[in-house]
Design a protein around this ligand. Structure first.
Ligand code: URA
Length: 234
C-alpha cells in the first residue's frame, strides 16, 4: 500500500465515521455482558410461571389435603430471601407464609435488626400445608426443592436465610446437623451462581425452646453485619 493509498483510506474512513451520528454509535459506558439479574418484568413473569407450575403439581398429598397454595410474601425485588419449612393452619387459610405465631416471632426477630418484614421476600420449602402440621417427608422435600431452587434463582438474593432444619436439608442435604451448622455463612450454588446463606433456628422451634433464642440473636447480628457490609438497602 502506497502512502497515497493510505491517506486515501484515512479520508474514506473519516468520512464514513462522520456520516454516522457518533454519539449514537459509540458510548463510553462499559457494556455488561454478564447480566445475571433478570429484569423486573421478567422476574414477575417467571414468578407467576413458577406459581402456576406448583399449582399444577399432580399426585401430591400435601396439595390434596390443603386449602390454599402458599407461595410467598414480601418484596420480590428484595436482596434478602427467607425460607421456612411449610405452611401451618393459619398460612393455609390465608395463603401467605408466616402469618401465625411463628410469623409473629419472625416479624419481631427482623425488627430487632431494624428490618421491616415487607422489605424481605419470604417463602417455604413446601408450598402446601402438610396434613396435621407434620414435617414434610424427605421425598416431598426433594420434590419441592426443585421449585425452591428455581424460586431462589428468580429472586436472585444477596443473602438467603434458611430457617430450621427442613430449609437447611432441602438445599444442603440431610447429612448435616443444624446445631453444628447454624450461625455460619455457607455458599450454595444454584444454576452456576453462588449464593450466600445463613442457617438459623426456626421461629417455631424458638417458641418451644426459648432458651435457644440467644443463639438466634447471635445469628441475627451476623446477618445485620453482612447487610451493612454489602450495602444492602432495606
Ligand atoms: N412455619 C413455616 O415454616 N412457614 C410458615 O409459613 C409458617 C410457619
Amino acid at each position: 500500500m502506497t502512502l497515497e493509498d493510505k491517506n486515501q483510506n484515512n479520508i474514506i474512513s473519516t468520512e464514513l465515521v462522520n456520516s454516522y451520528n457518533i454519539d449514537y454509535v459509540f458510548s463510553d459506558k462499559p457494556i455488561n455482558r454478564f447480566k445475571t439479574k433478570p429484569i423486573l418484568e421478567d422476574r414477575s413473569k417467571l414468578l407467576s410461571e413458577l406459581r402456576n407450575e406448583i399449582e399444577n403439581i399432580n399426585n401430591c398429598e400435601l396439595k390434596s389435603n390443603s386449602k390454599k397454595l402458599v407461595f410467598s410474601d414480601g418484596d420480590y425485588q428484595s436482596q434478602i430471601m427467607i425460607i421456612g419449612e411449610g405452611p401451618g393452619q393459619k398460612e393455609d387459610e390465608i395463603g401467605k407464609p408466616f402469618v401465625g405465631d411463628a410469623g409473629m416471632l419472625l416479624n419481631k426477630m427482623l425488627k430487632a435488626i431494624n428490618i421491616e418484614r415487607e422489605k424481605v421476600y419470604i417463602t417455604n420449602v413446601v408450598n402446601y400445608r402438610p396434613p396435621n402440621n407434620r414435617k414434610p417427608e424427605p421425598a416431598e422435600v426433594t420434590r419441592y426443592s426443585e421449585f425452591l431452587r428455581k424460586h431462589i434463582s428468580i429472586i436472585d438474593p444477596k443473602i438467603l436465610i434458611l430457617m430450621g432444619s427442613t430449609a437447611m436439608e432441602s438445599l444442603f442435604g440431610s447429612r448435616i446437623k443444624i446445631t453444628k451448622e447454624r450461625g455460619n455463612w455457607k455458599d450454595i450454588i444454584i444454576k452456576n451462581k453462588t449464593y450466600l446463606s445463613m442457617i438459623t433456628f426456626h421461629p417455631a422451634y424458638l417458641l418451644r425452646q426459648p432458651e435457644q433464642k440467644k443463639y438466634s440473636w447471635s445469628d441475627l447480628k451476623k446477618i445485620k453485619k453482612k447487610i451493612d457490609e454489602l450495602n444492602i438497602n432495606l
